[in-house]
Unconditional design. Structure first.
Length: 170
């Protein structure tokens, strides 16, 4: 497949990966568009990620555990998230050259830097509010932790940890 023919699908895939640092809903929408685009473009050989066998084993054991559970409705959200594994499939099929890998890496780092800058501004604002109120519930280091673009501070810190671990080799 020519690089020009699938470049827009690659761009959607990179946008979906980068958008996951800003908006999960936006990232999932872009991922769906990238999957649809990949189906339309139909590359010659399908490349499966090297971790496909362990991933399928994980998914199978998750479904078996869910079927054996006395309360399967609690675990159905995990099964619904299986569609997110298509990101690895798209990456294996579309990130095929060093130039594309570099572009994807740079996009991820730029969006990570924007999210980090936003979080620093959020922290400074919250800390100034805490200094003025002296109320423990306003302390951004204890109870009102920064969340960046995410809804919870653990989600935010986990995603930025992964981005900055990717930044170290860069």
């Amino acid at each position: 497949m020519s690089a020009n023919r699938d470049s827009w699908v690659f761009a959607l895939t990179v946008a979906a990966a980068s958008a996951s640092l800003v908006s999960i809903a936006g990232a999932e929408t872009l991922l769906a568009a990238a999957c649809l685009g990949w189906i339309i473009v139909r590359p010659r050989p399908i490349v499966w990620p090297s971790y496909m066998a362990p991933l399928c084993a994980f998914m199978l054991t998750t479904v078996i555990a869910l079927m054996m559970s006395p309360q399967p409705d609690i675990g159905t959200s995990a099964v619904r998230k299986f569609v997110l594994f298509t990101m690895g499939f798209l990456a294996a099929n579309l990130v095929t050259t060093p130039a594309r890998a570099g572009a994807a890496h740079r996009a991820l780092l730029v969006v990570g830097a924007v999210a980090s800058t936003y979080a620093l501004i959020q922290f400074a604002t919250a800390y100034m509010r805490f200094l003025s109120t002296k109320n423990l519930s306003d302390d951004p280091t204890v109870l009102a932790r920064i969340t960046g673009f995410m809804g919870h501070w653990m989600t935010f810190s986990g995603e930025l940890l992964l981005v900055w671990c990717a930044a170290i080799p860069a």
